[in-house]
Design a protein around this ligand. Structure first.
Ligand code: ZN
Ligand code: ZN
Length: 419
């Protein structure tokens, strides 16, 4: 060994001070460890080329045992360590990466010795079988960097932390990427024409969904006729879901709609559309009542395809049925929310209802439009309430006789301060 490699020994060791002694031990310890790591690189290279080809021995450990005067077992542990810390090559010349490259780098600096190296290798061996390569690499880095300054106890403690972090349940198989969002939604059409919506949401999306549904599923307050909201919770949530869909569809950035508010087509005969009697075809998957189709077509919640009796598409109202963004803004400013008496709903939750349906020749202009929330839109289309435009340009509503025998005209005063 050359002079430059080994630190200098003091001439008279018995005269050395305590600091000098300690320094000497640390220096030579590091030299031994650096040398040990360097020797490991030679052993790994011999292993890569094949001890049989090179020296005629069946294994690198057998050869090293003879060279170093070690037992097979003693030689085996040195060679195993060398192969784990250094990349080797397979028989076909392909590179086999080191099991513990960071540990190898720390060892090459002489900062850890064989005991800590073997401890780290043992811990890596005990990681759960389904640990991903990324997690394994991360664990090895943590251990190797810790071992620079820490003793066996701290490294052992780090193993507990790593196992806890890799496998929090202790026995459940671990997700390779622990925090990936997990969300599944399935929608299938049943034979009876209803759709079944099922899903599995992770905690974050579940909480957001619950909050969004809750916000829209509140029971309606008792109205001025003393009618309470009798919907069950699941029904209120169903209606809330419809409102959330309307909101999403009304968003101008909605993908793939090429400017239309919706991708769903409803095919209906002109007669059926005008009378609301009969059936309509919903995107070729099922039928809906012509009455429902008439309402859905009213504010183009679905895209109506109107057919004549011969089954040819007609151009009915194509140009006049779409409420332009400008008209919608003006309508929002005029009505300030659902115009139905006593309703609190905001404009964003409203449809633009044609008082005189476009299928019957009604124009799409402000004099013929009124903001109605989903619930009241349905009520106007299906119930006996009537809406009309008053002389002052604001909508007014006439209740059915069973609610008010005198059928007194009503307006929604909630959105504006009394004049
Ligand atoms: Zn309508
Ligand atoms: Zn309303």
């Amino acid at each position: 060994m050359s002079e430059t490699f080994l630190p200098e020994l003091p001439q008279e060791l018995w005269r050395a001070g305590e600091l000098e002694l300690a320094h000497g031990v640390k220096q030579f310890l590091q030299v031994m460890r650096v040398a040990s790591a360097a020797m490991g690189r030679f052993l790994a290279e011999i292993e890569s080329r094949g001890s049989k080809d090179l020296y005629g021995y069946g294994s690198t450990a057998a050869w090293f045992a003879d060279v170093a005067g070690l037992s097979r077992g003693e030689a085996q542990s040195v060679v195993k360590r060398a192969i784990a810390l250094n990349p080797t090559r397979g028989l076909d010349g392909s590179e086999v990466p080191a099991v513990a490259p960071t540990t190898g780098a720390v060892a090459a600096e002489g900062l850890i010795g064989e005991h800590r190296i073997d401890q780290i290798l043992d811990i890596l061996k005990r990681l759960p079988a389904d640990t991903s390569a990324e997690d394994r690499e991360h664990a090895e880095k943590v251990l190797a960097n810790l071992a620079r300054d820490a003793g066996p106890r701290q490294v052992a403690k780090a193993e507990e932390d790593i196992l806890g972090w890799l496998d929090p349940d202790g026995n459940e198989p671990k997700d390779p990427e622990p925090k990936q969002p997990r969300r599944e939604v399935t929608l299938e059409r049943r034979r009876d024409g209803f759709w079944k919506l099922t899903g599995l949401l992770d905690d974050e999306l579940g909480a957001r969904t619950a909050a969004a549904l809750e916000a829209y599923a509140k029971p309606r307050p008792v109205d001025e006729f003393g009618q309470a909201d009798l919907r069950m919770k699941c029904e209120r949530q169903g209606d809330a879901w419809a409102e959330l869909l309307d909101l999403a569809v009304a968003c101008p950035d909605q993908p793939g709609t090429s400017g239309y508010r919706t991708l769903v087509h409803v095919t209906i005969g002109l007669e059926e559309l005008k009378t609301g009697i009969g059936k309509a075809c919903l995107d070729f998957v099922g039928t809906m009542t012509a009455r429902d189709a008439r309402m859905a077509a009213c504010d183009c919640l679905m895209l109506p395809v109107v057919m004549n009796a011969a089954g040819e598409p007609l151009d009915v109202g194509r140009l006049r049925r779409f409420v332009t963004p400008g008209q919608r803004r003006a309508l929002n400013i005029r009505d300030r929310g659902c115009a139905f008496p006593g309703c609190h709903r905001k404009p964003k939750n409203c449809h633009a209802h044609h008082i005189h349906h476009w299928a019957d020749g009604g124009p799409t202009d402000l004099r013929n439009l009124v903001l109605l929330c989903g619930f009241h839109h349905r009520l106007i289309h299906h119930g006996d309430w009537q809406v009309r435009m008053a002389a002052d340009g604001l909508p007014e509503f006439i209740p059915p006789q069973y609610l008010d025998p005198l059928r007194r005209i009503r307006r929604n005063t909630l959105h504006r301060a009394p004049a």
